[in-house]
Ligand binder design. Sequence first.
Ligand SMILES: [Zn+2]
Length: 418
Amino acid sequence: MEGKRMRIQSESQPQSVILLTKIKDFTRALLSDLTNRRSPLILIDRFRSYCTLPNSNCFCASDCPCGKEILTLSRKTHAHRLVVMLRVLLIVQKLLQENKHSSKRDIYYTYPSVFLGESFNLLNQSMVDQAINDICILMQCSRHNLNVVSAGNGYNMRSHSTLENALCCQNFLNNNNNNSLIFTFLHIIMTCSNVFNWLIMGWIRFSEGERIYDCISSPNTAHPVPVYVEEVQDIISVAHYILVVEKESVFQRLANDQFCNSNHCIVITGRGYPDIPTRRFLRLLVDNLRLPVYCLVDCDPYGFDILTTYRFGSMQMAYDTKHLRVPEIHWLGAFPSDSERYSVPKQCLLPLTAEDKRKVEAMLLRCYLQREVPQWRLQLTLILQRGIKFEIEALSVYALSFLSESYIPSKIEGKLMM
Ligand SMILES: [Zn+2]
């Protein structure tokens, strides 16, 4: 195992060296502009996973940037964005030099006063997110190359020790104003409540660094996986397919029903909107195992949006979509037409809210639906026309194990997926 670890570290070394050089070049150029009394212009490529232009022959599927954003110090908002970017860059540089990892939240709490801007606004963690995205685009790399991981993902293993956390909190208490107490509590709550984001079970075995994930030995047991996807290797599987389920409750139902025993598959849940490691891991599984992959979501706008996130990626991460999307994913259900096909009782069908309708209407405009999955778009139209939605669990109204024993196997055998 030690040998493998060494190999990983020596392989990742050149990438960090390249990045450190790029960071140095970038800051040197900025400094040179400023000392020569020139206002620096920073060009940031723009990426998008879709557009909403009617009947366009767009290039959203090409992974190419769609234009550039020009940051200049003459605009106050740009200047602040640049300050945040440089602060984050400083942290990233330190992480790369010391070969350490950190979460986005750690970064946020390093300079909360800077990242908060002028007003106390918790939503401004998005400034850190934007800075990380900007840096990835400028340095032409993925987020994991910066040694920045998802919040809570393996947090306690690699980023800070508990003592460092305590000191960090103590620093806030000593140095900041009244907000520091709120920060401290938020930090602790967020850290403790979200140590891992996703679950896996089934006929698969893999290693992550020195840790072995041997799901095959008990294929119906959920394994929480705080995984460093870049360190996953030795993936072995005898599964016939991969099933992605939107909800943990459905995942647990399948686990209780011993679903993987009778169906020889791998089941994953990203617990709602999948985070980056979940999507990277799914991409890795599909690349390595070449298995069919199916997705089971609620029949509502959010379920549909989660499905499209797996298949096409999210707008926020559009610059890195090619490493995150899974175009091979098929939609297994629930389709709007399933309510009739499986006689879902009326009381389990819920009316779409005004917000639901707005969300569906906005999603219908996305170019990739028309271009790549018109049959999905048709189903989305049907949701809107009928004005109803239902949860996956509604299908199990007559029999608790309906999903495991009937719905999923019959859909896969009958090829009733899109
Ligand atoms: Zn487009």
